[in-house]
Design a protein around this ligand. Structure first.
Ligand SMILES: [Fe+2]
Ligand SMILES: [Fe+2]
Length: 152
């Protein structure tokens, strides 16, 4: 699959969720630096998809992209939420919100639930898709945080 075809396929997979008024609520919350949770989730979905492509992993592409895009669908600003355990709690909150608003498969819910592993020690990623999102989320979060601190 060439790059253009892969980009078109990614757009096709993300289109519906990305255009949904409910996921657009993530635009009002800041994730790290000046990046909104919406843009962070879009980045994690895109990088997860292309990472899986580059490694030639046989993945369920729809589950990978949907789970990645909804992985931080917790819908609050964690900077002002006053929950010191946000890191531990937000995956389950995102699972609850996502399963209320969308029809998700068990694999998609597991991607969301396990993305903070190993912080949430018992929520081990149980699929290739969940492992990819768990890893890519850390890469994207680190990049966002380093950009804020201007570490070179
Ligand atoms: Fe998260
Ligand atoms: Fe995240």
């Amino acid at each position: 699959m060439n790059r253009e075809v892969a980009h078109a396929r990614f757009r096709e997979l993300i289109e519906e969720l990305a255009a949904d008024a409910r996921t657009k609520r993530m635009k009002q919350f800041i994730q790290h630096s000046d990046k909104s949770t919406y843009d962070h989730c879009l980045d994690v979905a895109r990088h997860s998809y292309f990472f899986a492509k580059r490694l030639h992993l046989q993945v369920d592409e729809a589950a990978l992209v949907r789970g990645a895009f909804l992985h931080d669908y917790y819908l609050y600003d964690w900077h002002t939420h006053n929950d010191h355990l946000h890191g531990y709690h937000h995956p389950e909150i995102a699972v609850a919100n996502a399963s209320r608003d969308f029809a998700l498969s068990p694999k998609e819910l597991d991607i969301i639930r396990s993305h903070m592993w190993p912080l949430t020690i018992t929520k081990v990623p149980s699929s290739k898709e969940a492992a990819v999102v768990c890893f890519i989320d850390k890469v994207c979060s680190l990049r966002e945080t380093l950009r804020r601190k201007k570490i070179r």
